[in-house]
Design a protein around this ligand. Structure first.
Ligand code: SF4
Length: 454
């Protein structure tokens, strides 16, 4: 895939969209800075170090923790499904829906299900999947994909939402945010009560307790996993942490990094179906553990740290590129700096080779990452691999090396280059049109050196 230049230009030219992205990411960014400031959270850097160490350790022993997690889930009456591909994960949910005669599925907090196009696959089999996170619900009605990994409808204004609700729900146009939330609440309550299956994601999977941990602000994930008779949690295998008690470190960091909240409004720790004597909860509990490229990445010692990501979105809010081009110009569901790192690795490097190059390498992402992922370092690594894999680039650099070892030839070409440096030609003209260059000196370094020697 080529760089979606036309779409990016359209985003850049849309003043309302630019304002929405800039204001909303700016607010998150500022709130995060305040929430982790030394006078508010003096142990912030220590928490980051501990979180990174726990994640690194878990990835080093992932096979052990995955099996421990499976045993603990089964001990509580649940079942773990191992899915090596997105198709396998979706097929399990499809089969389950057919067996349980569930034609309506409510969903919440799951970028992983976005990753495997679960809604589209279910719709193909005439099953209705309804997103219940307010932002996701709005996007589903609007026929759009998430714009941001934490705040999926960050790009939409109250007027946009009013238009979508009027068109799709057939209600009178209302731009009051509270009323819009109440409308969604009214519609979704009916769906929660009628759904045969609730599908959620997971922020963490605690190996010792066999528990799925879901962090949210609206309570819709809690309804999704407790109201329908069947709960399916779908999560990438990298979501494991060794113990429930490790959660303290991550919960301290996640809300603060995402939105500046000391703690998100709801934290659910789900470890199995309803027990005997309990009034609420599902009768069946499944955890789909998704690989889909993760074990391949795990085997790559240099780049496996990208699996440490806890999807807080802080790197998106800090990124000068994301804050201009927004989330829909990225080719896959994960956008921003972490999207540039994991998309080529999960989807195969050949698919979007330009992605790791779409960065200024300013380092703002690494600075805010709560689990200390060296995103610029990973991008450089991916760039090196992309260049090494591209025959045209290889040829170019070989030619460059040849030229650099022939001073006379280099000098002659440099002189010619200086003479034509002001002439704009072909694609170079377009490339130069958006860049400021220092004035080209009249004499080359070699000429000046010669003069000085004299
Ligand atoms: S890479 Fe770091 S900052 Fe970005 S989403 Fe993941 S955890 Fe958050």
């Amino acid at each position: 895939m080529r760089v979606p230049e036309a779409a990016i230009r359209k985003t850049l030219a849309d003043a309302n969209l630019q304002l929405a992205i800039y204001t909303n990411t700016g607010r998150f960014k500022e709130n995060r800075s305040k929430a982790v400031a030394a006078e508010v959270l003096p142990e912030y850097q220590e928490l980051r170090t501990r979180a990174a160490a726990i994640k690194r350790h878990t990835l080093d022993f992932l096979d052990v923790y995955l099996l421990q997690f499976e045993s603990a889930v089964e001990a509580h009456g649940g079942k773990v499904i191992w899915a090596s591909t997105g198709e396998e994960a979706a097929d399990f949910i499809l089969k389950l829906a057919k067996e349980r005669a569930a034609s309506l599925i409510v969903k919440s907090k799951s970028m992983t299900s976005e990753e495997i196009d679960l809604n589209e696959r279910l719709a193909h089999h005439e099953l209705e999947a309804v997103e219940t996170d307010l932002g996701e619900y709005i996007l589903q009605l609007a026929g759009q994909k998430p714009f941001h990994i934490v705040a999926p409808a960050i790009h939409m204004t109250r007027n946009d939402v009013a238009d979508v609700f009027t068109e799709k729900l057939g209600i009178e146009r209302d731009t009051v945010i509270e009323n819009q939330a109440m409308t969604a609440r009214r519609v979704l309550r009916e769906k929660f009560l009628a759904a045969g299956i609730g599908v959620t994601g997971a922020n963490f999977l605690a190996a010792d307790a066999g528990a799925v941990v879901i962090v949210e602000n609206e309570g819709n994930a809690r309804l999704s996993h407790s109201a329908p008779p069947v709960h399916v949690a779908i999560a990438g295998i990298e979501k494991l942490i060794p113990r429930v008690r490790d959660l303290g470190v991550f919960l301290d960091l996640l809300g603060r990094s995402a939105s500046g909240q000391a703690l998100t409004s709801y934290t659910s720790i789900v470890s199995g179906p309803k027990r005997a004597g309990e009034l609420d909860g599902p009768e069946e509990f499944y955890v789909v553990l998704l690989d889909a490229g993760r074990t391949k990445l795990l085997a790559d010692k240099e780049k496996r740290e990208s699996l440490q990501c806890i999807r807080c979105g802080a790197c998106l809010n800090a990124c000068p590129v994301y804050r201009k081009i927004g989330g829909h110009n990225y080719p896959w569901v994960y956008s921003g700096p972490i999207g540039k790192v994991i998309t080529p690795q999960f989807q195969g490097r050949g698919k979007d080779p330009w992605l790791p190059f779409a960065s200024s390498l300013c380092g703002a992402c690494a600075e805010v990452c709560p689990v200390k992922i060296d995103i610029p370092g990973l991008l450089l690594q991916l760039r090196r691999e992309a260049v090494a894999a591209d025959p045209a680039d290889r040829l170019l650099f070989r030619a460059w090396a040849w030229l650099m070892t022939r001073p006379a030839m280099y000098g002659m070409l440099a002189r010619i280059g200086l003479r034509f440096s002001g002439v704009e030609m072909g694609p170079l003209a377009a490339w130069r049109a958006e860049r400021d260059f220092p004035a080209v000196p009249e004499k080359s370094f070699r000429a000046l050196w010669k003069e000085r020697k004299k």
